[in-house]
Write a protein that binds this ligand. Structure first.
Ligand SMILES: Cc1cc2nc3c(=O)[nH]c(=O)nc-3n(C[C@H](O)[C@H](O)[C@H](O)COP(=O)(O)OP(=O)(O)OC[C@H]3O[C@@H](n4cnc5c(N)ncnc54)[C@H](O)[C@@H]3O)c2cc1C
Length: 450
């Protein structure tokens, strides 16, 4: 059976059922004569990092066995297409147009992007329009100096700085609590956590190249996942079967899954989130530094809600606002300009995650209504449908990104250090961690090491 890419993408191909329902589409063991001489690599985890690693390996003729714990591929990327035609990204939504790896992959896979400029209003005690608020010039000058200082100091000084939280260090250096409150609005949307809980050294390093999310993939971020899956070669995918142990000896790696499957290969790339590394049995065991680093990482929490509305409650195009209400960040999340229905997105991070994840749909609507009221926007919301992010998160798929609390210095370096024939990737091992770009770049690095 031959399907065009667009037909293929329309199908639910990211699930085991979707793939097995396609006759002849065994992702995609090709010419048997080629296979004999093929080297085999096992890839752990079917998020964007694992898929990209499989894609790159498969293209060079290496045979890949991709093992995924859940019954779908994509991990922290999932798009739901609403009946109105709007794409709702329940996980990753934006990329930075200038980021090289994502940009060239998007082009290579024939996908399109559309600009998304975020210029947000602020309700922090009082209401301020987009473009009229920021931290004070004095705090900005202090922040710039701290970023430069962090780039210049040696590693033992960085290690000392890493023991302090960004919030406490910035207050000590003279920034005001009000300005840190504003920075917290801006940055916790990306971190999914408060600046109070993050290492000063890590945040100051991140601020040099802080991601500016200004682009979306047309059709939603899952289009990227689907296009990658469609382009996989020489790859066998095992779904809904978590890895439970990884054994390494006599020049080969043996991976055992919960169902008892034993897979053998000459090398393995693990893209499993850090919190999974410590729940798997490794033989030889994880070295102490890697284990401690995995335990130090704190996964943040990001809760997204989308309301499909009969009428837009905002008055300006590309509306978005930070608010000190339970809702957090609210924005015009529509992706289809000619859609009659409007989409209001809400992103709630950190402790707000608990509030939202334990709320009924009616309560979520109420939080949004209250946030809009504070912003002086129209209050009556005629809600047609509602979607929340929680249906992608599980024991295996984190609710946020890897964040680094005080005392995490050197964790990324330990986490990405290979263990003989086992190589490590995933957003938590990337320089630009917590992003799709970082996850993709980490896959390239691991594949080059194999
Ligand atoms: C709500 C939310 C919003 C985000 N927004 C953005 C954004 O706008 N822009 C951006 O760039 N980034 C964003 N991110 C971050 C981005 O989604 C991640 O950086 C990226 O998707 C991580 O990819 P990954 O492959 O490293 O990990 P994952 O996507 O977590 O993939 C890991 C895979 O491993 C599997 N797995 C786990 N344990 C096992 C096991 N024992 N055996 C087998 N498989 C296992 C999991 O099921 C999962 O499929 C967001 C994240 C979240 C949660």
């Amino acid at each position: 059976m031959k399907l065009s890419r667009s037909e293929f993408i329309k199908l639910g191909i990211l699930t085991a059922a979707g793939i097995s329902g396609l006759p002849g589409m065994n992702l995609r063991a090709q010419d048997p004569s080629v296979q004999k001489a093929q080297k085999t690599v096992i890839v752990l985890g079917g998020g964007i990092a694992g898929l990209y690693a499989a894609y790159l390996l498969g293209k060079t003729g290496i045979k890949v066995k991709l093992v995924e714990a859940t019954d779908r591929l994509g991990g922290r990327i999932k798009t739901v297409v609403d009946p109105s035609g709007n794409s709702l990204d329940l996980g990753a939504e934006w990329i930075q147009a200038e980021h090289r790896t994502a940009k060239s992959l998007i082009r290579e896979l024939g996908l399109k992007t559309s600009d998304y400029e975020v210029q947000s209003d602020l309700f922090y005690g009082s209401y301020q329009k987009a473009g009229t608020w920021d931290i004070s010039p004095n705090s900005q000058e202090i922040l710039n100096k701290l970023i430069q200082m962090n780039a210049k100091i040696n590693s033992s000084q960085q290690q000392e700085l890493d023991r302090i939280s960004f919030y406490n260090f910035s207050i000590y250096q003279g920034m005001t609590p009000e300005d840190l409150g504003i920075l917290n609005f801006k940055y916790s949307l990306y971190y999914g956590d408060s600046l109070r809980s993050l290492s000063a050294q890590k945040v100051l390093s991140d601020l040099i190249n802080f991601p500016k999310y200004n682009t979306r993939v047309e059709g939603g971020m899952e289009s990227l996942v689907k296009a990658l899956v469609f382009s996989l070669e020489n790859t066998e995918t095992i779904f809904a079967d978590p890895v439970i142990s990884v054994f390494q000896g006599e020049g080969k790696v043996t991976v055992t899954t919960a169902s008892g499957k034993k897979l053998e290969a000459s090398a393995c790339i693990s893209t499993l989130p850090a919190n999974q590394l410590t729940s798997i049995q490794w033989d030889p065991g994880l070295d102490k530094e890697k284990k401690l680093s995995a335990l130090r990482i704190r996964y943040s929490r990001i809760y997204k809600t989308f309301l499909m509305l009969r009428e837009a409650p905002w008055t300006r195009e590309n509306f978005s606002a930070y608010s000190d209400s339970a809702a957090g960040f609210i924005y015009d999340a529509g992706t289809k300009s000619n859609s009659e229905d409007k989409v209001l997105g809400m992103i709630s991070t950190g402790d707000r995650y608990e509030v939202l994840s334990s709320s009924t749909d009616a309560m979520k609507v109420e939080y949004i209504r209250l946030a809009l009221e504070r912003l002086g926007q129209k209050k009556d919301l005629q809600v047609l449908r509602i979607q929340s992010t929680e249906n992608i998160q599980s024991k295996y798929v984190p609710a946020g990104i890897a964040t680094f609390p005080p005392g995490s210095y050197g964790s990324i370096i330990s986490l990405l250090k290979p263990m003989d024939r086992i190589f490590f990737a995933g957003e938590h091992t990337a320089e630009l961690n917590g992003t799709v770009e970082g996850a993709l770049a980490s896959a390239i690095r691991a594949v080059n090491q194999v």
